[in-house]
Design a protein around this ligand. Sequence first.
Ligand SMILES: [Zn+2]
Length: 238
Amino acid sequence: MMGKTHALSGALAWLAAAPLLTNEDLLGKYAVDLSAKQLLAGAVVCAGAGLLPDIDHHNGRIANTYGPITKVFCKWVGKISGGHRHATHSILFAALMGVAMHLLAVHFVYGWWAALFVIVGFGLRGIGLDFEGKEPQSAIADCVLAGVAVYLMHGLDMSFAGYAVTLGCLAHVAGDCLTPKGCPVLWPIPWRIDVPLVPKTDGKVERWVVAPVLLLGVAILAMRSVLGDLGARWLTRG
Ligand SMILES: [Zn+2]
């Protein structure tokens, strides 16, 4: 799957799951409050986390995000995790990343800002923010934009970050399962799940069916959230 598709699927998963995550009857003390700003921040985090499982690919798009730093990092993750589309493309990885990001966001905010900087950078690179063949310029642009995003979100209560990161990773894994290679979803159990509805990355099905459907879904759910927020404000005013 293309980076854009993964980022879109992350944003869609977040917007679709938001009503469940805020439902106290369903989740009890694990439910979260989401203001309009937090909902938007969550969509950005989840879209960025939608690229995260590909940190096992040393030549992948996101490996170049912050130059040699991310390149070496991705190379090592690939070696340790068993190669591309192994451990990082599983439910276990998604859950562990979510727990780690939750702990950072709640207990060690500087660590969370650093993680957020990386996640947003991956997301920007994933959606295609780079200058063809100009790596230093691309890395600097990523740094600046990710820095702005962290600045805009630094005052927000991000105790929902764990949910956003887990959902983004799961959306990625689900997307990759639609390709012929599939993913070891239940890793360390080695079975690979594949439902090859998308025969080729960046092929016709992905470009003309999957990406437009995801985009439409994001637009509809974002609209629903905005209208719901306006409606709630109107009712409380009335
Ligand atoms: Zn992948």
